[in-house]
Every structure is written in structure tokens, then in C-alpha cells.
Design a protein around this ligand. Structure first.
Ligand SMILES: Cc1cc2nc3c(=O)[nH]c(=O)nc-3n(C[C@H](O)[C@H](O)[C@H](O)COP(=O)(O)OP(=O)(O)OC[C@H]3O[C@@H](n4cnc5c(N)ncnc54)[C@H](O)[C@@H]3O)c2cc1C
Length: 248
């Protein structure tokens, strides 16, 4: 599954784990229940096993609502992300994920730059200081002018970069002119507990709009891959109480 984000970005599902011991019988790449391993990990304390979702949905809910989060570390996933560098600067603060990013030291970067659309620039959110302008509010004409200037700026940056490569400037130095609106690509891996923590912080209205669009895409993939846990995360985010959930 690949989800388009912003003008040139995407989030793509690569792989998941959490199938538990029965997944060993299934050919690699065909397991599709990645939440059984959470139950198996929880039942390790009593040496029990997965009993089927009819019964074990309650246990999953109990674990989540009572903050027994370690079993959720026994499932996880890898995604590929294409995003502007400024989004990666925010994303890489999440230290519990593992990352590998394409490197302009080895490969010339693709000619892809983020240009926010006019509605995004005009839509300043009251109550969110970072999303607001510095005192004055730009009108549509000024926004169009700034956006056109940004396009020219990106063009100049790209020309400088290409000329540097053509003239034998080392790739690791030619990239110095790259603006943070330039797209990069990475793989990110984390266990499910930490993906949920990422969603809690980055789906929040206080997070910058751009990384929020990526977080929503990650959420869609989590809903597809770990549907029961995703429902629990949504219920708690929306204030629905599961605290009476029992284990059985
Ligand atoms: C809306 C928003 C605004 C932000 N603004 C800023 C800003 O202005 N400036 C800025 O610098 N950052 C900012 N950040 C980044 C923020 O401070 C965190 O670095 C980022 O959200 C990652 O959170 P985390 O540390 O919980 O995640 P992770 O690094 O994934 O860590 C997950 C959890 O593991 C534990 N953990 C991980 N590493 C350690 C450690 N070394 N010591 C102890 N416990 C650890 C903690 O419990 C932590 O919550 C902002 C984030 C958000 C969502």
C-alpha cells in the first residue's frame, strides 16, 4: 500500500511482524494477522497461547486500557517515506524508530521540492502559534508572490546543484545548497507501541500540518495492518473508556 502525501511525497508499507508462532508455518510475505504476537507475548506470563480473536479481543483491550504496553512491542512495521527534509527533521526526533535515509553523498538527489498550495499557506490556525504569521497576515496576492519566489529559489538551488555536480564538486559538498523543502527518502522501522506514540504526537493539531499529513498516512497503514489495536488507539484518542475491560 502506497499513500500519496503532499505534492511529491508518499508513505509506503514495506513489511510487518507480530504474527506469533503460527506465522512460522506461513510462507514469508503471506502472514496477514500481525496482532496475534501481542497476545502470545502477554500470555507468556502464564505460558498460555492465542485463543482466537473472539476471546482475545478482550485481552487486547484490557492490555491497552491498563497501560500494559510491552506486549505491543512484539509487533511492528517498516515503511518507506518520501518527504521534504524539514519533515524529516521533525520525524527524526522520534528516537525509538530506526532510520535509513538516501544519501546525497552517494547518489544525486531527485529534482523534487515541496511547494505548499495557496490554501495551505492562507489557512493559518488560530490557537497554534507556530502556524501563525509574525504579526501581519498575508493576503492572497502576497501569498502568490511568495510562492512564485519560492519556485524561483528552488530553480536556482537546483541549477547550482546540477552545475556543481557537472563541474566535479564532490557530491557530499554539492548538496550544501539544498533547501529544507527538498524531498528526501527513508525507511523507518519501529515496534507498534512506538508507532502509536508517534501518532499521538504527530496527529495532534499542534503538530505542523505537513508532518500531520504523514502521520495520517501512517495511521491508515496501521489501521490496515493492526486493525484491533488501531481501533483501541482511536477510542482512547477520542475519549471512549475501556477501563472496565476484563482479560477474558
Ligand atoms: C507539537 C510538537 C512540537 C515540538 N516542538 C519542538 C521544539 O520546538 N523544539 C524541539 O527541539 N523539539 C520539538 N518537538 C520534538 C519533541 O520535543 C520530541 O523530541 C519528539 O516529539 C519526540 O518525542 P519523544 O521523545 O517522546 O519520542 P521518542 O524519541 O521516540 O521517545 C519515546 C519515549 O522513549 C523514552 N525515551 C527515549 N529516549 C529517551 C532518553 N534519552 N531518555 C529518557 N527517555 C527516553 C521517552 O519516554 C519517550 O517519550 C516537538 C514535538 C511536537 C509533537
Amino acid at each position: 500500500m502506497r499513500i500519496t502525501v503532499l505534492d511529491h511525497g508518499y508513505v509506503e508499507f514495506i513489511e510487518a511482524w507480530g504474527g506469533g508462532k503460527d506465522a512460522r508455518q506461513i510462507p514469508i510475505g503471506f502472514a496477514n494477522d500481525f496482532e496475534r504476537g501481542i497476545i502470545e507475548a502477554a500470555r507468556q506470563s502464564t505460558q498460555g497461547s492465542f485463543r482466537g480473536w473472539e476471546q482475545d479481543s478482550k485481552l487486547l483491550s484490557f492490555l491497552y486500557s491498563h497501560k500494559h504496553f510491552t506486549p505491543f512491542e512484539f509487533a511492528g512495521m517498516v515503511i518507506e517515506v518520501q518527504a521534504p527534509i524539514f519533515v524529516f527533521r521533525e520525524w527524526h526526533r522520534h528516537r525509538t524508530q530506526s532510520y535509513n535515509e538516501m544519501s546525497a553523498r552517494y547518489e544525486p538527489l531527485p529534482d523534487l521540492y515541496y511547494k505548499p498550495d495557496i490554501a495551505r499557506i492562507l489557512n493559518t490556525q488560530s490557537g497554534n502559534k507556530q502556524a501563525n504569521s509574525v504579526g501581519v497576515r498575508a493576503n492572497e496576492e502576497e501569498v502568490i508572490y511568495w510562492r512564485n519566489s519560492l519556485t524561483e529559489y528552488y530553480k536556482a538551488a537546483e541549477e547550482l546543484y546540477r552545475a556543481a555536480l557537472a563541474n566535479g564538486i564532490p557530491k557530499e559538498l554539492a548538496r550544501l545548497s539544498m533547501p529544507v523543502g527538498h524531498y528526501s527518502r527513508m525507511r523507518a522501522s519501529a515496534n507498534l507501541r512506538n508507532w502509536l506514540a508517534f501518532l499521538t504526537l504527530r496527529c495532534d493539531p499542534n503538530a505542523q500540518w505537513e508532518i500531520r499529513q504523514y502521520a495520517y498516512a501512517v495511521m491508515t497503514i496501521i489501521q490496515e495492518t493492526f486493525p484491533r489495536t488501531a481501533d483501541l488507539w482511536i477510542d482512547f484518542a477520542e475519549g471512549r473508556d475501556h477501563s472496565n475491560a476484563s482479560k477474558t
